[in-house]
Design a protein around this ligand. Structure first.
Ligand SMILES: [Zn+2]
Ligand SMILES: [Zn+2]
Length: 327
């Protein structure tokens, strides 16, 4: 189910995955209607509920699938991992397992044919068009070289994968729709179109801005030779994920951003809060002086060389090497 369907080896040309076109076409039309209902008939708790779900969902992708499970940039105790799995299920960007695989492939083969949302295939392809067409053969072939054992061994992720229909269906569709109807008498139409469809479409598109704008328009202070850029507006909308030039150079930093940039980084604030609570620990980061002093090119070489290993430096496979802060 979900966003990565249509994974068959085919020659390099756009070939539509029809059921995804219908599904995402309906979702976007329903979301537009939801936006109209926001201004015409929705109760204010419905809008608040939809906003909270949107933020929780994005945290489930950024602090969960991205920084915890994909890059292993910090560790989480069981209650936090369960909370992130729920948030991740609200987001419904496929299962976390699929998300991690796609993202590890993205880092390892960024901006090539093997990158699932290769920005060189156009803005709309990298934003959302990649879900409408079959994957490039390189994505399938080279994707097999990406390390996934840690993910397949994780019991929570295996649970989400095995019962995806029920777990994601419950958290992404049923609960968001039923809560406003039961607790404050909202209509089914308002609940569905605003809290489920509009909220879901905003979640995926705001996160996908990192793949499109985040590989196109912004600054490249750390490595001018890669496409990933820094873009504050996209960082704001994606709970802190578009310090993206930095992130592609130092992917294992739990902040996914540099120099204490937490103001535009809700996911970092979230992780910091749970670190204070003791539920998040072993936070890996890069001391400011290491980012500033060696200069961008040396910083790049250092980052990639030291953390090369599995997956082109996208995470530290031993769980020890990248702990530069000493947690
Ligand atoms: Zn990227
Ligand atoms: Zn990443």
């Amino acid at each position: 189910m979900g966003l990565s369907e249509g994974a068959e080896v085919v020659p390099f040309k756009h070939k539509l995955v029809k059921h995804n076109v219908i599904k995402f076409g309906y979702m976007h039309l329903a979301a537009l209607y939801g936006a109209y209902l926001c201004f015409t008939s929705a109760k204010w708790p419905t809008l608040l509920w939809a906003f909270l779900l949107l933020e929780f969902a994005k945290i489930g992708i950024t602090a969960g699938a991205h920084r915890l499970w994909c890059h292993r940039s910090y560790k989480a105790k069981l209650p936090l991992e369960i909370l992130l799995l729920i948030f991740n299920s609200i987001a419904y960007m496929n299962t976390a397992t699929y998300w991690v695989r796609d993202h590890r492939v993205h880092h390892k083969f960024a901006d090539t044919d093997a990158d699932p949302h290769n920005v060189n295939r156009g803005f709309w392809f990298s934003q959302i068009g990649w879900l409408f067409v079959r994957k490039h053969p390189d994505v399938i072939e080279k994707g097999k070289t990406v390390f996934m054992e840690d993910i397949h061994k994780n019991p929570l992720l295996r649970f989400q994968e095995k019962y995806a229909f029920f777990v994601i269906g419950l958290w992404a569709y049923v609960i968001p729709t039923v809560v406003p109807m039961y607790f404050w008498g909202e209509t089914l139409s308002n609940s569905w179109h605003i809290c489920t469809m509009l909220r879901h479409v905003l979640t995926i598109n705001q996160i996908f801005l990192v793949n499109s704008i985040g590989h196109r328009w912004g600054n490249r202070p750390y490595d001018k030779n890669i496409k990933a850029v820094e873009n504050l507006a996209v960082s704001l909308m994606s709970t802190g994920e578009c310090f993206h030039n930095y992130h592609h150079v130092f992917p294992f930093d739990y902040k996914a951003s540099e120099l204490g940039m937490t103001k535009f980084n809700a996911a970092t604030m979230f992780i910091n809060f749970f670190a204070w609570l003791g539920w998040a620990y072993d936070l890996k980061t890069i001391p400011d002086e290491m980012i500033i002093s060696p200069g961008p090119r040396r910083a790049r070489g250092w980052g990639r060389k030291s953390f090369g290993g599995l997956g082109g430096g996208m995470f530290d496979p031993t769980g020890k090497e990248g702990n530069l802060k000493g947690s």
